[in-house]
Design a protein around this ligand. Structure first.
Ligand code: MN
Length: 170
């Protein structure tokens, strides 16, 4: 059996893969580079618990939790890296388990939506929109996402946007 702990966000079960993202590797996302320089690069920004991506075979449905910690760089809230799906017909569901956040959506024309995340909120993300999550509260933000393994992840399209143009200031 695979189980999700709604409070901690931890998924326990066969084959679950964990990853941890530190400020040092995400710092380029944030606008205030001077504030960043005063923070510990080993600060954990978020952790993920996910089903493993299949190396081959037909596409499968996958699920993961993210635990996004509260924090700021300057005035900007801690956030996930964000990405487009290479295949815009592949959406993603996003279900909030705990905490308070904003789901930031932006398409390739720059059209943007910001959707509140609170315990129990559910959003089906249109596959044409890049997606990123910011923690606007003072406790960990825990959410569960599901997606198809063949959606493809495009991080470059997001990184072309100027720093500070797709984030939340607190
Ligand atoms: Mn996605």
């Amino acid at each position: 059996m695979t189980k999700v702990d709604f409070s901690s966000g931890v998924i326990e079960g066969p084959g679950i893969v964990t990853a941890r993202r530190m400020l040092g590797e995400l710092g380029g996302l944030f606008e205030d580079q001077e504030a960043l320089a005063h923070l510990d690069p080993n600060t954990v920004v978020y952790e993920t618990y996910s089903y493993p991506e299949p190396a081959s075979g037909p596409p499968v449905l996958l699920a993961a939790t993210t635990v996004l910690y509260p924090g700021r760089v300057g005035r900007e809230a801690f956030m996930t890296r964000g990405h487009f799906h290479v295949d815009p017909t592949r959406g993603e569901s996003c279900f909030t388990l705990r905490g308070s956040g904003l789901l930031l959506l932006r398409d390739r024309s720059g059209a943007e939506q910001r959707i509140q995340m609170t315990s129990g909120s559910l959003t089906i993300i249109d596959g044409r929109f890049a997606h990123r999550v910011a923690n606007v509260g003072d406790e960990p933000l825990v959410f569960l996402v599901t997606w198809m393994s063949d959606c493809g992840h495009d991080y470059a399209g997001v990184s072309e946007w100027p720093r500070g143009s797709w984030s939340v200031s607190l």
